[in-house]
Ligand binder design. Structure first.
Ligand SMILES: [Zn+2]
Ligand SMILES: [Zn+2]
Length: 273
């Protein structure tokens, strides 16, 4: 794996939960990761194709090496079929991978359409403890998350450092050891505060703070915001958490682009592009 100067991560969307997604108060296009000359889209929610093509500079889906779904919920998978079409030039160039939990492919309600599967070169199931090796990166799914459908967070081992995405999950303390050693930690923080009566399978802000405090990444990024997080103004929450913990904390915005080359040195030189 060679260190690549132009590596970056771009947040095509930062919406989480029903109302923020359906009203598009934030976009829901997932993450575009460019690393070692490979392009990957993670969790292509509603509007991903449009967001790629309207990005400046434009992100060309034909250049994608593959697609990853952390789970099958619609805010993470809505555009998976159209992104397969776009990546493979409408199926003319059989190429690319799709990694997703098994239930994204299987009855009773698969989200990956059968006609589109044959356009792909490789289909892989994400499973607990699995390691996937590609030319530009190594990907690990250390633990199954606590969420109503099969869900995994992602750990990328890259030449520039380790990037983890704690995708949708209820809090459980073992998350700390599974994601320890992350240089960059991205957390889906859907809600600000739980109500005792709710049974919510998402991280709230205090739980995200607890994870950041214990995992101690160089940089933490909050994303996938539901309504209660937006009401609290994520950038203010991020700033107060940064002051409290002494760890760089960023609240992602739609289109936020993070260059990855400085990751292994220090969080303080991370530039916002
Ligand atoms: Zn979600
Ligand atoms: Zn979900």
């Amino acid at each position: 794996m060679e260190k690549h100067k132009g590596d970056y991560l771009k947040f095509l969307g930062t919406a989480g939960a029903r109302f923020v997604v359906t009203r598009q108060l934030r976009a829901s296009g997932g993450l575009w990761l460019s690393v070692g000359g490979e392009e990957i889209i993670i969790d292509p929610g509603p509007g991903t194709l449009v967001r790629c093509l309207s990005s400046r500079p434009k992100l060309n889906p034909l250049h994608l090496s593959g697609i990853i779904l952390t789970h099958r919920h619609i805010d993470h998978s809505n555009d998976v079929n159209i992104m397969i079409e776009a990546m493979t030039n409408g199926g003319r160039n059989k190429k690319g991978f799709l990694y997703a939990p098994r239930d994204a492919f299987e009855p009773p309600d698969p989200v990956v359409q059968f006609y589109a599967r044959v356009f792909l070169k490789e289909i892989g199931y994400l499973e607990e403890g699995k390691i996937i090796r590609c030319a530009g990166f190594k990907l690990e799914t250390p633990v199954r998350h606590r969420h109503p459908v099969e869900t995994y967070g992602l750990r990328f081992h890259l030449p520039c450092g380790n990037i983890s995405l704690i995708a949708d999950t209820a809090f459980f303390p073992e998350l700390i050891e599974h994601y320890s050693g992350s240089d960059l930690l991205i957390l889906n923080v859907v809600i600000f505060k739980d109500h005792v009566s709710d049974r919510i399978y998402h991280l709230n802000f205090n739980q995200a703070a607890e994870l950041i405090k214990n995992i101690k990444p160089k940089v933490a990024i909050l994303t996938h915001f539901g309504m209660s997080m937006l009401q609290q103004k994520p950038h203010l929450l991020a700033r107060s958490l940064e002051e409290k913990l002494g760890i760089r904390v960023i609240a992602a915005t739609d289109g936020f682009k993070l260059p990855l080359q400085n990751l292994s040195t220090s969080g303080s030189d991370i530039l916002v592009g």
